[in-house]
Design a protein around this ligand. Structure first.
Ligand SMILES: *Cc1c(COP(=O)(O)O)cnc(C)c1O
Length: 376
């Protein structure tokens, strides 16, 4: 069986975890957490980064920093993971969904302005499959209307938009290190604080609403409850694992890119025959091979395809059920305009297996895809 995803280990994880045990400090914000944050600041070129227990937690921190009040609106795509909306809806905000672009499957920036109301607080840009959103336009809309921009860069580590790293472009950026993402530590994430006005408050929110960080830094003589917050620190064992991954992140990404490119070149003929559509990389962008998907003609073809591949022992999977058609999303959210592309893409998209060690098995997948379309 060729699974859809397989966590990749660099080999250094166990050594770093063992070092972290020797240090006798297992709670958060020790040496390994600091090294991970420093790596992110240096390599993603942001001003400040804090590790979190997940990308969901990083998005929740973003919602608290956005100062959501019940009834506020957040503009985002419906074609995303539940956490993008949940982090805000939990604090009483209404997700406002707009359609996605046909080429990148990212939020259609030309539809954002129509969706803005007096209640709008922020735009969440989800970089689907690590393909960058049209950030210049999104930033300029946000600037005109005095809105915050939050990047859900769960898929986006080491992708670049016009030479800027994803996650470093909006006011806030959120990474995921879940097993299914490029760089992993089981469950984990990071918030990137690109707007310096949030520096101090982010530290407080992350430390259960206390000014513990100021106390540790010697700026106050005791620490106490000063704001909202929660427990947003991962432990050191997790950070130790993550450091091994981050130090190899460029290598991991290039391994993924090699496989992505193999898929892309080998499936070219099927696109020419109009059986499939392959991913489109926007101009001036460099992606991180988070995902290789193909778009099929309709939902029936997709079901047949998934079944056909499964019979061959190859696991291919579909992706998001749009949030506007989920039971809770239907109840809570608002839709602006038609979500025709969202509905169509989500029912026709299928993801092919992709992980750094896939090796020559990639050829079995490519062969399977071709065989499915033979005599069609
Ligand atoms: C995976 C994912 C998340 C959530 O990440 P966790 O680290 O599992 O909380 C959020 N947004 C998107 C787009 C994702 O794919």
């Amino acid at each position: 069986m060729i699974p859809f995803n397989k966590p990749f280990y660099t080999g250094k994880e166990i050594e770093y975890i063992s070092q972290s045990l020797d240090l006798k400090k297992l709670s958060g914000d020790g040496d390994f957490t600091k090294k991970c944050s420093d790596w992110i600041v240096r390599n993603i070129t942001t001003k400040k980064s804090l590790l979190t227990p997940s990308c969901t937690a990083a998005l929740e921190m973003s919602a608290i920093l956005t100062d959501i009040q019940p009834g506020d609106e957040i503009i985002m795509p419906s074609y995303t993971f539940v956490s993008t909306a949940l982090a805000f809806s939990m604090r009483g905000a209404t997700p406002v969904f707009v359609d996605i672009r046909e080429d990148t499957l990212n939020i259609d920036e030309t539809l954002i302005e129509e969706a803005i109301s007096k209640k709008t607080k922020a735009i969440v840009a989800v970089h689907y499959a690590g393909m960058p959103c049209e950030m210049d336009r999104i930033l300029s809309i946000a600037n005109t209307h005095n809105l915050l921009v939050i990047e859900d860069a769960a898929h986006g580590i080491l992708s670049r938009y016009k030479n800027r790293q994803l996650g470093s472009i909006g006011d806030l950026g959120c990474f995921s290190f879940h097993d299914t993402k490029n760089i992993i530590c089981g469950e984990g994430g990071a918030i990137l604080i690109n707007n310096s006005k949030f520096f101090d408050r982010a530290e407080i929110i992350r430390e259960k609403g206390t000014n513990r960080k100021q106390f540790i830094d010697g700026n106050v003589d005791k620490y106490t409850w000063v704001d909202n917050g929660s427990s947003f620190l991962p432990g050191e064992i997790t950070a130790a694992f993550l450091l091994a991954q981050l130090e190899n992140a460029i290598d991991i990404t290039s391994k993924r890119l090699e496989i992505w490119d193999q898929y892309h070149h080998s499936l070219d003929d099927l696109e020419n025959q109009d059986f499939i559509r392959r991913p489109i990389v926007p101009k001036d962008c460099q992606h991180n091979a988070h995902m290789y998907y193909i778009l099929l003609k309709n939902n029936k073809v997709r079901s047949d395809f998934i079944h056909f591949m499964k019979e061959r022992g190859i696991s291919c999977v579909f992706h998001y059920i749009p949030l506007h058609s989920s039971p809770y999303g239907e109840k809570l959210s608002k839709i602006k305009g038609s979500l025709e592309i969202t509905d169509r893409i989500s029912s026709n998209l299928v993801r092919l297996p992709l992980w750094p060690d896939l090796g020559t098995d990639v050829n079995l997948v490519i062969e399977g895809v071709h065989d499915f379309f033979k005599n069609k």
